[in-house]
Design a protein around this ligand. Sequence first.
Ligand code: ATP
Ligand code: MG
Ligand code: MG
Ligand code: MG
Length: 562
Amino acid sequence: MRQTHYLSPTLRDVPADAEVTNHQLMLRAGLIRQTASGVYSFLPLGLRALKKVENIVREEMDMAGAQEVLMPAIQPAELWHESGRWEAYGPELMRFNDRHNREFALGPTHEEVITTLVRDDVKSYKKLPMTLYQIQTKFRDERRPRFGVLRSREFIMKDAYSFDTTQQGLDVSYDKMYEAYTNVFNRCGLDFRAVVADSGAMGGKDTHEFMVLSGIGEDTIAYSSESNYAANIEIAPVVANYSKSTEEVLSLEKFSTPDLKTIDELEDSLGINKEALIKAVLFIVDEKPVLALVRGDHDVNDVKIKHYYEASIVELASREQTLQYMKCEPGFIGPIDISEEVDVVADVAIQYVVNAVSGANEKDYHYRNVNPERDFKVKEYIDLRFIKEGDLSPDGQGVIKFAEGIEVGHVFKLGTRYSESMGAIFLDENGKTQPMIMGCYGIGVTRTVAAVIEQHNDEKGIVWPRAVAPFDLHLIAVNMKDTEQKDLSEQLYKQLMKDGYSVLFDDRAERPGVKFADADLIGLPLRITVGKKANEGIVELKIRKTGEVVEVQLEQLSSELT
Ligand code: ATP
Ligand code: MG
Ligand code: MG
Ligand code: MG
């Protein structure tokens, strides 16, 4: 591509409203322009990088056996009523009415649409499993769009959805996507971690986020210094294996649950500082939650303790809810609604800080002197917000460290949340109807481009990894008025493209300093400069990443490039 007529408007100065590096560089290198708040146009260079990422994603999806489809951005409200999300989704959902006053939304995600597609056309187990994906524009009216295309209101996502007949089948589909995501982000040259994530109200701990490590990341990751353990600190559940059977637990020494007191009363009577709370761990006996331990230190007023139930995670956010929870029978499974005040849990929690107490059932039905190390095997701790850097990692290997991360991908085991509410059922081998078991998997394609730039840059500009660079080579003619330079660069331009390289050819009548500065800013991996030594058949090759410059004889050029 010749630069003279190319729409690649570079900026020398840092735009005032761009706070972070990737946003600044995407504007300065002429990759994007803002059209409205959180709404961007991609200029040619930006689009080429975006397409590179899209193609990597597409190749890995196809390789994993996923089938590409394209669904509409416009989605009728009825589908969202069916799933129950029209109300639940809130103001991030961009809604509008058509001329007949029918309600629609601009899709922020496509569970509803894909579920109806598959529901209508897949009826038998013989067609399953099946994973479908698309690369398409999504709309979310973000409360705070920022950092350029990192958090925008219109963005491109790759979203995939798997449909299986069994839970084990879902596990296989999920693992394939997990692996494909790992490949995608490796190929994009990103330094990332897959972290255990918070599955919200949808249950299970089977969700991972792919986090690009970066100081501007909006999520905090707790990871082990020694092992692969990594989790979003938002993560709620403690998933612990209780090493005793239910019978053994029930035969432990019982003690009388003290009457519940207010925090202030407790402070007085027990001399416990209410600030000296709270670390909660919920243990699970025979896969059922039966025990909450509370200890540690945290500002009570900030505390929201989340508890893990078999299929859903709930936040115990009011005293009533906490009491309700504490009175439930062993093996009780949620649901408890989330709401209201917070300092709550502290009331109940503080009473158990004295002893490790098991029970979570009727009054007078708790067990004293339960020893976490002896009686419980902790796999993960609840609510990593209460974990401090330097604490022992929950997997017992190494200590906890924190890092900021940018969520570029998210894989999620949905189960039957949508297939049940929207009737996506199939006939199994015995002719019985069953709901399909689903997973969903998203990659922020535009965000990934931004994340790449955030990790690959220096003071002069972008330093593209080869796989996502808009062009392979930047060919620069230092002086287009010099016939020898002009002829050689024109000849090289054609030859390099013939050899299969994508080439940006700076054939502009600009000063060399401008050309070099733009080349550094745009950041293509290799620069070939045709200058004074053109008459000797010598060009200069510069590696953007290292700054290394070598003079190369034309005959050697193709071998130098490989
Ligand atoms: P976030 O926590 O950043 O708001 P999310 O958890 O809401 O993201 P998902 O619903 O998991 O996002 O969507 C899948 C992927 O889409 C995310 O992992 C992210 O890469 C991308 N994405 C989500 N919201 C945006 C946005 N506003 N702008 C750009 N990309 C986004
Ligand atoms: Mg979001
Ligand atoms: Mg998120
Ligand atoms: Mg997410």
